[in-house]
Each structure stands twice: as C-alpha cells, then as structure tokens.
Design a protein around this ligand. Structure first.
Ligand code: MN
Ligand code: MN
Length: 462
C-alpha cells in the first residue's frame, strides 16, 4: 500500500471543512446562517428565545401540548415551561419504549440582571444597580452599549414586556469606566478585580424633574418617564426581571464573512441548530425531542433549569399516552447535550492543548467529557456512545472533530450533559467552537454552526 493510502487509512486527521464541502453545501450553510442571525437578534434573553421558538414552531405545524393528549406518529407539539424553557417533540413511529432522541441546549446567557431595588441617584445622575448572571469578565461590560429587556409585574397583577434600546429612536444604556488619565492604580490591578461587581451600575438619567425643589430630582424624572411609558412605579421594579444585554446585533465578521459575531452564541447557536432540525423533522422512527433549558450558566438549578422535573412532567405524559414507563424510555434514549466549546485562539495558545483543542471551521466539536481538575463534574460519555455518534456523522458526511475545553490544569466548564445522564439517558456533549466565549460579543465560524445543525438533523433522522 502506498504511503499516502496508508496515511488515509490509519490516521485520524480532521480537515478544514472548506476543503471538503461542495458549492451546494456552502449555499445551504449561508442560508442557514442568515436565518440564525435573525433568530439571534430576536432572542437576546431566554424568554425571547422561547417566544421566537414558539413563533417558528407554530408556523411549522407544531401545537401547544395539553397534558393527557392522545398523540400519533408525526404529531408535532411543544410545551413552554414558565416562558423560560421549551420542549418540542415530533412523535415517532416506534414506541417510546425504544427511547427518544433528545437534543438539549440552553438559551440563558451571561448578562447583567437588574437588582430588585435598583434605582438610585448619585451626584445628580441616576443609576440602576446590577447583579451579574453567569461567568462574566467584568471589564467587558463597561463602555459597552446596553439595552434593557425583560418583564415587569405591575401592582394590578398585569405583566408588561420591556424592550428598550432596539428601535432606532430608543435610548441605550452604558456603564462608564475610568479614564486612562486617572486609571494608573486601577491599571495595576488583576483583570478580575479591577472592575468590582458593585461598580457595574448603569447610567440611566441626568435630567432633573423641572420645578421640583425636593431631593432625588433626577431619579424622580426617570420614574416619571417609566410611568409615562409603562405605567411602572418604583415598587414594581421589585417584581421585575430586567436584563441588561449588549445592544449589538449579529454581524458577519472578516473580509470573507466566514464568522458571525454576536451576543449569546453560547448557547443559542446550538439551540437554533436543534430548533432548525426539529422544525424540518417529519415522522421520525424514534420520537425527536428538542430542549431549550434555562439557568445552565448558574448550575441548571431552579424550576426552569435542566434539573427541574418539568422535563419529567412532559416526558412522563408522552410515555403514558403510549402505555410506556418513562424510566424504560429514558434507559433507551439518546441525548445530544448541544453546547458550545472553546475554539483554539492563536492569541492565547498557552491555555489550550493543541492536540485536542477545537478548531474553527473543522465542524461540530464532540466532547466526551467536560468538567475540571480530573473530569470533576463531567458526564463522561462511554466509548459505545462516542462510537455511535462518530459512525453516524461519518456515514452522513457531517464534519466533526473531537475536542477538549482547554488544558487539564487551566480551568474547565460544564453543560446540561450530566443532568441528562443522571436520568439514565446515554448522553454526549457536542457543539460549536466559540472564540471569546461569555464576552458581550462572541465569535463562531459559519461552517461549524451549519455542521452542528446537520449533526442534530442526522440524529433525529436515524
Ligand atoms: Mn453553554
Ligand atoms: Mn456558558
């Protein structure tokens, strides 16, 4: 056998996806990524991601599931959990006793939550206090244009949706930073401590209420404006969920437009891949389930997180309608924990193991395990599960790479994988490699987005 043939036969040598995709695939990839960018701009919070998913599901013949509903193969349903998480399913021809094929991603992203009693005035300027959500590098969030999205419960029990900063005529918001001229001491501090959490206060006003000689005239004017536009009084901010998220929308990056820059790729890039795949799924063999989970960035706890029994509430009823025990269904199910991984960044080569780092444009990144310090907290997918997925992707021409998140001693990360595996469901992590993960503006390669979508689609079809 010639040396080149031997090399091809024996060596695992992932290739840059652009060396192997056809012109047709490239067109399909570009179409897919245009739709993904629209999804992102409509979905800057988990509530908005769920609302966008409902909108798209309903235009694709999905209907809101009712507990106890009789379901037939090909039926398309969705269940929204408290507006922050959603499960979509397409019922398969086989019994759920043979298991479901599940893809689970999360749609919460690191951000600044507005505190429950946030509004104050200082030195004749009004501010909102924030409490950061998830792992952020605080220095990213100063001098970044922000918008406010969320909901407020009013005193009469009604709920209003707030979205300030997106319309061209809207104002935006900002957290100010020290000028370099006076930042000498600040500049000597480590990155993680130079901007303390308590200083992440958002500037929201500076004009005093006219003809009022009392105190806090700036704050009062802000409240007057909020009341005028939304009917809000200060106490309503206690029963509100407002998030300060980056104002920037998704944009192509690079002269060749091969990357997408946006807020919230982690993990909406995988959530959208699942959603696009299930919207196109018609009567699969095994029931296909798509999960948008909340609270992954803070441990998957709570009523809308992946540890919540909301998943069992939904799946148990589906199983019951077929006379199947849910535990039997889980034991035979397969779950793709679709979450992003860290892409190798040549500007910071020291934190990656080059042999196992995910590379942009090499396709969907499979992760046998995540975790930190000796795989702690990882769901370590078994060889059988890894083998099944690799074989399936190879047979269907989906470009993939096996990856690890950074060097073993440097840090680590987690996903919803372990919470699915703890349910006795075979689970493996896979997703899009991301540059600047958890920054207000993250970068992904279009080819990897498309291959992650194809990965989920192939799973749902097999
Ligand atoms: Mn994630
Ligand atoms: Mn994350």
């Amino acid at each position: 056998m010639a040396e080149s043939e031997l090399r091809k036969k024996l060596m695992y040598r992932p290739k840059n996806g652009y060396d192997t995709i056809s012109a047709e695939e490239r067109e399909a990839m570009d179409r897919y990524c245009e739709a993904y960018k629209i999804f992102l701009d409509m979905s800057k919070t988990e509530r908005e991601a769920v609302a966008t998913a409902v909108y798209l599901a309903e235009t694709h013949d999905f209907h809101a599931w009712q507990p106890g509903e009789k379901l037939n193969p090909g039926d398309k349903i969705y269940y929204v959990n408290r507006e922050k998480a959603i499960f979509l399913a397409v019922i398969g021809t086989e019994s759920l006793a043979n298991g479901a094929v599940i893809a689970a991603a999360h749609t919460d992203a690191p951000r600044l939550d507005i505190k429950p009693t946030p509004l104050y005035e200082e030195s004749e300027m009004a501010y909102l206090k924030t409490h950061h959500y998830g792992g952020i590098r605080k220095y990213h969030w100063v001098t970044t244009p922000l918008v406010l999205h969320g909901v407020v419960m009013l005193s009469d029990g009604s709920k209003i949706t707030v979205k300030i900063g997106d319309a061209p005529e809207d104002p935006q918001f900002v957290i100010n930073d020290l000028l370099p001229h006076l930042g000498l001491e600040q500049g000597k501090k480590p990155l993680n401590t130079a901007i303390p959490s308590d200083s992440l206060n958002i500037l929201v006003g500076g004009r005093p209420l006219k003809d009022d000689d009392g105190s806090e005239r700036i704050k009062l004017e802000v409240l007057r404006l909020l009341n005028e536009r939304y009917g809000i009084v200060e106490e309503n901010l206690i029963s509100a969920e407002l998030q300060a998220v980056p104002a920037a929308n998704a944009r192509d990056i690079g002269f060749d437009c091969s990357f997408i820059g946006a807020y919230g790729h982690d993990d909406r890039v995988c959530a959208y891949a699942e959603l696009a795949a299930i919207l196109e799924t018609e009567t699969p063999r095994r029931t296909a389930v798509c999960v948008f989970a909340d609270k992954e960035e803070i441990g998957s706890d709570g009523v809308s997180g992946m540890q919540s029994h909301a998943f069992e509430y939904f799946m148990k009823d589906l199983c019951k309608s077929q006379g199947v025990c849910m535990e039997t269904c889980f034991a035979n199910s397969f779950c793709l924990s679709a979450d992003v991984t860290a892409a190798f960044d040549p500007n910071f080569p020291d934190v990656y193991d080059r042999h196992t780092a995910a590379r942009c444009n090499y396709g969907v990144g499979l992760c046998k395990y995540t975790g930190h310090a000796g795989k702690a907290g990882a769901s370590d997918a078994s060889a059988e599960v890894v083998g099944y997925l690799c074989r399936l992707l190879n047979e269907n021409g989906v470009r993939w790479q096996m990856t690890e998140l950074g060097k073993a001693d440097v840090g680590g990360g987690g996903t919803v994988a372990k919470y699915m595996a703890n349910r006795n469901i075979d689970t493996i992590d896979a997703g899009v490699p991301v540059l600047s993960m958890h920054a207000p503006f993250e970068t992904v390669a279009k080819l990897d987005c498309y291959m992650t979508y194809r990965c989920v689609k192939v799973l749902f079809e097999n």
